[in-house]
Write a protein that binds this ligand. Structure first.
Ligand code: 5RP
Length: 260
């Protein structure tokens, strides 16, 4: 079955499988959103079913909550958890300082709240997500629907004085309607090409009325687990300054591949 996976899916899978080792019995764990995070949820579900592992999962979106329940993970809300031991999530881009662009899957608001409420954030990604400068991937900004074109105009005006290469912004669509987040908001994608000062941009964007949150995660991520299509996994810990390499095998009869 695993032979049918593309190299990119194999990379996501091995990153997720390695990161699942960070989860210990009794933890409260933030579960990210997106295709890489979905692999993580499946890997953790397998640990619950096969190894009897017990932990509480705090999902960052309705779709992650649904998948987590489906695979047997005990799901609780952030209100119940209050503070988390660990969050594991994907990213659209990460740089050498583990600054991230997130929100390609539209869940950046819950993802940022949950990751910030965690003692540790681990990002899982395929190697293509590593960049020298953030910004090639359009930066998602969650905005409230009320007056969104005004908010968009304010963002574009603000971008004039920011250290970015592009300034085009687009409303994310779902077919012929604006995309709606789990919180009932819209997303503006900022096509910046290159972000010179991500910290400053993140602060300035959040000052604009109508902006709920932006997809820049600065000083939140502690560890990145990078997967490769051949099963290699690199784990970089920014605080310890360590890099570990592991080789994972694809198990042909792995239950995880049953529904793929
Ligand atoms: C969702 C996210 C995702 O983590 C990000 O888009 C990466 O997704 P994928 O793992 O599918 O590449 O931020 O809001």
């Amino acid at each position: 079955m695993s032979g049918e996976l593309s190299p990119i899916d194999k990379a996501k899978y091995v990153a997720a499988k390695r990161a699942a080792e960070f989860v210990e019995d009794g933890m409260r764990v933030g579960l990210g959103t997106g295709s890489t995070a979905a692999w993580l949820v499946r890997c953790l579900g397998e640990k619950v079913r096969e190894e009897g592992m017990r932990f509480k999962g705090i999902p960052t979106s309705a779709r992650t909550a649904e998948l987590a329940r489906e695979v047997g993970i005990e799901v609780i809300s952030l209100d119940e958890a209050r503070w988390l031991d660990l969050t594991i999530d994907g990213a659209d881009e990460f740089d050498a300082n583990l600054a991230l662009v997130k929100g390609g899957g539209g869940a950046l608001l819950q993802e940022k709240i949950v990751a910030t409420a965690s003692d540790q954030m681990v990002v899982i990604a395929d190697a293509a997500k590593e960049v020298e400068h953030l910004g090639h991937f359009p930066l998602p900004v969650e905005v409230i629907p009320f007056g969104w074109p005004t908010t968009q105009a304010l963002i574009e005006e603000t971008l004039i004085s920011m250290d970015v290469m592009g300034r085009q912004t687009t409303l994310r669509m779902n077919g012929d309607r604006p995309y709606i987040t789990d919180e009932g908001n819209h997303i503006l994608d900022l096509h910046l090409q290159r972000i010179g000062n991500a910290r400053q941009l993140a602060l300035v964007l959040n000052q604009i009325p109508g902006v709920v949150e932006n997809g820049l995660f600065i000083d939140i991520c502690d560890t990145v687990v990078i997967g490769y299509g051949d099963g290699r996994v690199e784990t970089r810990d920014i605080n310890a300054g360590t890099v570990q390499e592991t080789q994972l095998d694809f198990v042909e009869d792995d239950n995880l591949f049953r529904d793929i």
